[in-house]
Design a protein around this ligand. Structure first.
Ligand code: G3P
Ligand code: CA
Length: 268
């Protein structure tokens, strides 16, 4: 049986809850982490950004507008960028009402809060550095928080954590600063470039629309910086037919808003 994503072994792709179980609870919140746990999903993906005063928070967009009530609370602060708000200001926002009345009062979590909730559920984290070009130094700061929370302890760093980004520079920086951490490069780089990325990325994580069986095979023929076969985790696959299609390509993992649907379709 070939080794599977991030320490798993088995015949099925690993299922990763995208922004938590985000079809069923507001994305990137502790409620979405809890929902993934309730569905018995081990791996959770999130997006990390930085506030004006240097706190790391979990949010997908670089603006607070779509997923919080920031427009009502701070009407004069358009375009409501995360980087222009303090952590205390963001802590006042409601990040659940947009999703449904059951989630009124849900907050934007700090990375620390997110890690602590995941630790409680004994989950594993696919952490995305989102827009790292906006936040110089975020790689070192993220590693510091991970370290403070025990996520870099020898013995489990390799098994429960992957740090990924669309920015190859950012992924390389993480690898250089903390070589023990497994890393992923988001996107679908040309096959000719894969060998160069294998020096610092354990995974290549493409959109499923851009995927093919030969591409998956090309990635999986290479060895990453830790000597293991490189892996492919693809996103964002939310229906059974698409899940079966990418599983047929031989992917190592499927990142999904609907982990229950994907698991029913492909196992894992
Ligand atoms: O984990 C991969 C996926 O999350 C990348 O796209 O826009 O959802 O962050 P996005
Ligand atoms: Ca993401």
């Amino acid at each position: 049986v070939p080794a599977r994503a991030a320490g798993h072994t088995g015949p099925h792709p690993v299922v990763v809850a995208h922004r938590g179980a985000s079809a069923y609870a507001p994305e990137n919140t502790l409620a979405a982490v809890d929902k993934a746990a309730a569905l018995d999903v081990e791996w959770v993906e999130n997006d990390v950004q930085r506030t004006r005063d240097g706190e790391l928070v979990v949010l997908h967009d670089d603006s607070l507008q779509r997923t919080t009530d920031v427009e009502e609370v701070f009407p004069d602060r358009s375009p409501w960028k995360v980087k222009d708000f303090t952590a205390a200001e963001i802590a006042r926002l409601d990040a659940g009402s947009w999703f449904g009345p059951a989630y009124v009062g849900t907050r934007v979590p700090t990375l620390e809060q997110f890690l602590e909730r995941m630790e409680r559920h004994d989950q594993k984290l696919l952490l995305e550095l989102k827009n790292p070009q906006l936040y110089p130094g975020i790689e070192r700061e993220t590693l510091k928080v991970l370290g403070n929370e025990g996520w870099l302890d020898p013995g489990h760093v390799g098994g429960r954590l992957v740090v990924q980004s669309f920015s190859a520079d950012s992924v390389r920086t993480v690898h250089t600063l903390k070589p023990a951490v497994r890393t992923g490069l988001l996107g679908t780089p040309p096959v000719a470039d894969l060998t160069a990325y294998a020096a610092f990325a354990d995974q290549i994580n493409p959109s499923h629309g851009s995927l093919s069986a030969p591409y998956v095979a090309a990635v999986r023929s290479l060895r990453g910086p830790h000597g293991a076969r490189m892996e492919v985790l693809t996103w964002t696959v939310n229906d059974a037919a698409a899940a079966r299609r990418v599983a047929g390509f031989g992917v190592d993992g499927i990142i999904t808003n609907t982990p229950d649907v994907v698991r029913d379709a492909v196992g894992g």
